[in-house]
Every structure is written in structure tokens, then in C-alpha cells.
Design a protein around this ligand. Sequence first.
Ligand code: ADP
Length: 487
Amino acid sequence: MYIVMITPECAPIAKVGGLGDVVQGLSNELSIRGNTVELILPKYDCMRYERIWGLEKTYNNLWVPYHDQWIPCDVYFGFAEGLKCFFIEPHNGFFQRGTYYGQPDDPQRFAFFCKAALEFMLRSNKYPEIIHCHDWQTGLVPVLLFEQYKYLGMTHPRVCYTLHNMRHQGVTGGHILQQVGLDPAAYMTPERLLDHTYPHGVNLMKGGIVFSNFITTVSPRYLDEIRYTDQGYGLQHTLHEHSQKLGGILNGVDYKVWNPDIDPYIAARYNLKTLDKKYENKTALRHRLWLRDEYKPIVGVISRLDPQKGVELIRHALFYCLANGCQFVLLGASASNSINADFWYLKQYLNDDPDCHLEIGYDEDLAHQIYAGADMLIVPSIYEPCGLTQMIAMKYGTVPIVRHVGGLADTVFDANYAHKPYHERNGFVFHDFNHEGIEAALHRAIGLWYEYPQYFRELMENGMRYDFSWNHPGQHYLNIYHHIQEI
Ligand code: ADP
């Protein structure tokens, strides 16, 4: 099958969070299974160019109709970890901002990207069977495909649209439709792209939902949460109306990247049979972060420091852990200046503590070393569409402590309370989003580590035995692709 992913992110070249990992992991899996997979991304100036192989201009002067003019673009081709990627570079500087997101004109930038991606496919005679789009940034792709490009000859492709995070929907003014050549009067209706909250707003994610042939969320539980709770952020009704084309597929983890047996970034490689070597990584992590060598568990956090991730509980857990015989390591960065400033302050405040290290920033290598060196990893999210860190942690024998929400609830089963036999339990789970909630889980986890190390080790091994690879989800997506081709 010929599949084109139109995406704002792909790890490791352009990654902000899990979306980048998912696009890379799923594309790899589909390629391994013999499909032709190509990716189309914006050519951001801040991408990790050293990880792109053979980058060269492949298409000069792609003229994209936008507003009342034509914007010239160049299209580049290169391989990102073996994946074929096309990068669109408009000459108007839309992606020369030194950052991926967070610009006031983000809706315009990505609406333009959708239009340019389709224009490129049309001009270069690409007629894939499947176009797979991701999040609000690409919500206009199915709208433009079925309302414009179909009539220019692109009759073949079917669209699968994946919702990674409903919190960000790309709500903007009606002018954006005009800019991409759609008549606002025809599309700003409740059953099409009109936003449910802002009377004159266009909701780009809603466009993706309404016009795609199939919609997936990144875990089954998140699908229920967005349909039946306020996690749908106002799109519950739209999702109900399109319930016949919805599915929840748990994300996978790319075990070529996240696997302690072959990980090039860690001090000692290990697997289930050589688990003792994990402790060499604990020592190495302590040395790298100037932590003292003492008989204590290391509790880790690897996260965007976004309110979604339970920043307040992360901060509380830090002090609870330090007061209860643990070391604490955090790797995180925030798009919010005030959250960053908060954690910089904490970092200075705890600067002399030999049991604590806060790394404020984004660091791929250190992330690998924390997964390998920590004993536990906390993920106290307010909501979590899927969450990859808990699944990666398990592969590294690091026990997750998570809140019972979204994909976390689908993947972590409590050591004491899960309705599962002990050999299938793999972590600690709490329900209430408050200090007592996370303290109760930490108390049980730390207690088990100190008092019953053999049981704690069993939990580590149980987690390592789980298969969160792309094998199952990859097949699931292929089934969906086949299904929508027959529509
Ligand atoms: P989200 O997509 O909401 O950020 P996920 O758990 O789905 O959360 O994915 C997070 C991904 O980003 C994981 O691969 C994690 O290792 C990585 N990550 C998060 N924060 C950092 C950071 N500060 N430095 C390096 N990697 C990070």
C-alpha cells in the first residue's frame, strides 16, 4: 500500500513530544511490513539537520495559491532514520521562526502547509491510497482534498486522521478559509467547521473529524474520555455524530529506539536476563548528574512541563521523595515562561542537594540515561491521551507511578489493586489529582522498594515483559486503511 503521512512532527528530526515518536514508529512499522511510506513535513529552520541524510532540493518553484496570491515554495527530500521525507519550504518565512509552534499565526502557517502539501502531491503526481494526518495542524488536509483537489484529479486517496491531543484544536477566524480558497459561508456551519464556543471561529480539528474517512485516538480509553467527558473540549457532539468512523488504538513504542538491549546512549546495555546491569546505569546517571552514591531509589520525571502533565504534583512529589529516602531527577522543559521560571527557581533552591537534579531543557541522550538509570518514573497527568514515557520506562525496567487516566490507565496496572494476576501488574496507580493521591502511590512504591525488593524486582520484570511495540498497532492501522479503501 502507498501511504503518505502529512505531519507537523517526526522524531528525531522535528520532535516536540509523543506525536513525533508516533509518526516515526508507525511509519517504520508500516515500511517493515512492505508498504511504501512517505512523509511530508514543513521545512522548519530549527530541525535537527544533522539527523537528515542526503537532503537535497527536489522540486523548485512550487507555486501554492494562498489568499489572493501565489506563494513560491521549494521542496526538499531527505531520509530521516531511513524514512523518506519531503520538506516544504515556503519563501514567505512561515517556518523560519526558530521554533515549531507557539507563534501567533500558527493557524495560518499550518493551513498553508496543508494546502502546500496537497499542491505538491498534485504537481508531482503522487496518488497514494492513504493519506494519514495528525492533529489540528493537518485538519484542513481532508477538507481541501475532498472539496478541492478531488476535482483536480486526486480522486483516489482516503484519509485517516489521528487525534493526539484534543486540548489544541486550531481555532481561528473565518478568514483562514478564504486564504486557502474555501468559501467561509459554506463551511462555517455547525455540522462543518464552525467552532462550538466562538461564534465566528473556525475549528481546524473539527474539519479533520468531519471530512476524514476514519478517525483514531491514541488509546481506547482516551476515545471514551473525549466522547463522554469534558476532555473532548467541546467536540463531544461532533465525535458522536461521526461515531461510526472512530477507533481507539494504543500507540506503540519504537523498540529500535527505546530498547536497553541496543541503546547506544546508555552506559551498560541489558535485558530481562541481564537486569542487574541496569544498576551500572544508575551509577552512571548519578555520576553524570552529581548525585551521591547511596542505597536509595531514584525517582525520575521526563516530561514537557505543561499544566496537562500535572506540574503541581511533580513539584509536590519532588519534596515528598526527598523527604522519604529517594533521589529525584527531572528532565523537562516548558513552553510557558512562568513554569520554566518556577523550575529554575527550584533548581537553584535545591542546587546543593546531593539527592536531586533538575535539568530544565530538552535532552534526548539524557532521557535515555534516565529511563535506564532510574528505579521509578512518575507521570501524574491531569489528562493523558496515550503517554509514551510510562511504556518506555517499563521497557527499561523502571517502574511507572501514574494517574489513572487516558492511556496511562490502559497500560499501567497497580501492584496492589489491579484486577490482574501479579505477573501482569507493572506499576503504581492513583486516582485523585491531589497531594494525597500521589503521596499514597509513592508511599507504596518506596515502601516496596525498601521492604520487599524481590517483589519490586518482579514488578520491574513484569513491565519489561509487556509488548508495547508497534507490531499490534501497526496491524490495526493497516486494517483501518484497508477498511476505508473499500468505502
Ligand atoms: P507528550 O506527547 O504529551 O509530550 P508523551 O509521553 O506521549 O507526551 O511523549 C513524550 C516524549 O517526549 C517521550 O519520548 C519523552 O521521552 C520525550 N520527552 C519529553 N520531555 C523531554 C525532554 N525534556 N527531553 C527529552 N525528551 C523528552
